[in-house]
Design a protein around this ligand. Structure first.
Ligand code: NAI
Ligand code: PYR
Ligand code: MG
Length: 629
């Protein structure tokens, strides 16, 4: 009996069926998306002229994964493992992604978690810092502020208008200042400060996660870095540094360059979704992250992960924590330490949720939130950015109380404490115990990345609160054990990772598949509700606040479904024929999620086709939108 065709196999993004391929010989082997290496079956070796280019043995993907894992295991440290995986991605994308999620036979669970820490935080931060010395091949699109006229043609090389679905762009400032690169005005990628052109790796890492977690087609993504120079003196002194050797360009020229980029994207790839990552450049009015988001989101489907992604995942964690502590949003008293892009993004998201739930104004809801930055508590006397202003407390009513974190915690008696400051150890024993005096189940989220910048470790937080703290962190941590069982027996507590990676892939998938015209606040709320409804803590109060990486694909499907439904309800979805029932909608979503498996290659002629920057053939007017010729 022939297996029945999936219901939605006719969709242009469907990942069922063969891939049309007009390339032959080494061109096939050198195109990572098409290459199967030793797994090319005999008939494809004949048709694509590969027989003399490969050893005779034909292997399965599983055998290749096993070999790749053995090679990977011999690499001596996380950074060497990261470099190995980068090379693998350059050779064979199916094997790379299969390697990330596949276990061989028995290692599946440990592998996925281990892989995340190698390809994302914290190891990706090290890879970014060593970008120029580890450089092997260019990946992605590099745009220079000195050549604004090249932006359009350089972007145009990546495909036809319908070929690109998802773009991640950074300007290379990856928050982790202070430790390695003191940076006076606090500009920062993944916590590691001004990394100039090395920022391309954060765009690539975020796109790997969209493919891994949400099945966004790897050939339909585009990583971009806007090289605006760097103020990182170490990079400028490094003779191997690959970016522009000049100070960062700021002000009008920077804004015009970003505008040229966004307008070029809209012109060339009108259906693409634009994800801003780690935009740290500051001016008197706050960070570029928020300013650019507010400028572009009324008109195009765009998203800032540090502001909105972090806000959404943190709200989902807090909702789950409040469920465990049997409280409501109306009971929330939140202190945020570090009022930058992430801190204020979180505060905004939570303020909106309180206002909606309690039917009060934003102004009223802001009274439940206290922001602290370098000068201490933000008050009407502090120099404030536009984004911070709505949260500032009346200076006259705060005269006698201290403005440092400990004093604020003592005065305010928060039940939620969030760290987005990049100040390691800022949540001291004294502060945490002061909070716990009034909060029987304090929700404490040290979110700064990478691991060494967390405001406190989960082990300390649980020790200082006798296991009562509800903890989630920005980077992965091992479970913590202690004598916190009902009868003093040892229990092991899993620590949830509160990272925007839980939510941004699903939001992106929802926008891409529905071809949403905009990404609105209501769509973000739908995403938060989807994630919090999957929190293991809803079933078991000792379980983590957020679902773990093992369920990433399921989270993405659920988030995408909610985002799409909201887009349809609000008349923002431009894709036609989106199924209405949840069951059909889930099937429709899954059918369009790329998976790492070898699909048969079908040889086709493509007269007059040109090659994209990725090596694949592009033919104007081709009916296939998948980029998978
Ligand atoms: N877990 C997650 O999903 C995410 C985590 N992050 C992490 O959050 C941290 C901050 O990121 P962004 O907000 O994008 O950076 P940012 O640079 O915009 O914000 C950091 C803020 O902390 C403040 N700060 C620095 N020293 C301080 C001190 N001693 N006391 C009080 N405040 C201080 C800075 O003035 C700045 O306003 C980074 O480590 C980043 O990796 C960011 C986005 C997502
Ligand atoms: C997670 C993330 O986006 C950051 O640390 O910047
Ligand atoms: Mg980020």
């Amino acid at each position: 009996m022939t297996p029945s065709k999936p219901k939605f196999a006719h969709l242009p993004l469907s990942t069922s069926g063969p891939i049309d391929c007009a390339l032959t010989g080494t061109s096939v082997l050198n195109t990572p998306y098409l290459n199967k290496g030793s797994a090319f079956p005999p008939d494809e070796r004949r048709v694509f002229s590969l027989s003399g280019l490969l050893p005779r043995g034909v292997q399965s993907l599983e055998q290749q994964v096993k070999r790749a894992y053995e090679q990977y295991s011999t690499r001596p440290n996380p950074l060497a493992k990261n470099t190995f995986l980068t090379s693998l991605k350059d050779q064979n994308e199916v094997l790379y992604y299969k390697r990330l999620i596949f276990s061989g036979v028995k290692l599946i669970e440990t592998h996925v978690e281990e892989m995340f820490s190698i390809i994302y935080t914290p190891t990706e931060g090290d890879a970014i810092q060593n970008y120029s010395s580890l450089f092997r091949r260019p990946q992605g699109c590099y745009l220079s502020i000195n050549d604004p006229d090249r932006v359009l043609p350089d972007l145009a090389q990546w495909g036809r208008p319908e070929d690109i679905d998802y773009i991640v762009v950074t300007d290379g400032i990856i928050e982790e200042h202070r430790v390695n690169h003191p940076c006076e005005d606090g500009e920062e990628i993944l916590g590691i400060g001004d990394q100039g052109v090395g920022g391309i790796l954060i765009s690539i890492a975020k796109l790997v996660l969209t493919t891994l977690c949400a099945g966004i087609h790897p050939s339909r993504c585009l990583p971009v870095v806007l090289d605006c120079g760097t103020d990182n003196q170490e990079l400028l002194k490094d003779e191997l540094y690959l970016g522009l050797r000049q100070s960062r360009v700021r002000g009008r020229q920077y804004d015009e360059f970003v505008d040229t980029f966004v307008n070029s994207v809209r012109k060339l790839y009108p259906r693409a979704y634009l994800h801003f990552e780690d935009f740290g450049l500051r001016n008197a009015n706050g960070s570029a992250a928020r300013r650019l988001l507010e400028l572009y989101r009324p008109n195009i489907p765009c998203f800032n992960d540090d502001v909105q992604g972090t806000g959404c995942v943190t709200l989902a964690a807090i909702l789950a924590g409040l469920h465990v502590s049997k409280q409501k949003l109306g009971d929330l008293r939140l202190v945020v330490f570090g009022a930058g892009s992430a801190g204020v993004g979180i505060a905004d998201q939570i303020r909106d949720a309180i206002a909606a739930e309690c039917d009060i104004s934003h102004e009223e809801a802001s009274k439940q939130i206290w922001l602290i930055d370098k000068p201490g508590l933000l008050t009407t006397e502090t120099e404030l950015s536009d984004a911070q202003r709505g949260f500032a407390k009346d200076a006259s009513s705060w005269n006698d109380q201290g403005r440092d974190l400990l004093s604020v915690v003592k005065s305010v008696r928060p039940n939620v404490l969030i760290g987005t400051s990049t100040v390691p150890g800022a949540f001291t024993e004294e502060i945490v115990k002061a909070m716990h005096e009034h909060a029987p189940r304090p929700i404490i989220l040290p979110l700064s990345n990478p691991t060494r910048l967390h405001e406190a470790t989960p082990a300390d937080l649980l020790k200082w609160t006798s296991g009562k703290a509800l903890v989630a962190t920005g980077s992965p941590f091992d479970p913590v054990s202690g004598p916190w069982g009902a009868n003093g027996e040892d229990v092991s507590i899993d620590i949830a990772e509160c990272n925007n990676s839980v939510v941004f892939p699903g939001i992106g998938l929802g926008c891409v598949l529905s071809r949403a015209r905009l990404l609105t606040d209501r769509m973000l709320v739908a995403a938060v509700e989807a994630v919090s409804s999957m929190s293991p803590a809803l079933q078991d109060p000792t379980a983590p606040l957020l679902p773990g990486v093992l369920s990433v694909k399921e989270i993405s499907v659920r988030v995408a479904r909610s985002v799409i439904k909201e887009a349809v309800d609000d008349d923002l979805a431009t894709e036609r024929d989106i199924p209405e029932s949840d069951g059909d909608l889930d099937e429709w979503i899954r059918e369009q999620m790329w998976e790492p498996r070898y699909r048969p290659l079908r040889h086709v002629q493509m007269e007059g086709a040109t090659r994209s920057a990725r090596g694949e053939l592009m033919k104007a007017g081709s009916v296939r939108r998948t980029g998978t010729f």
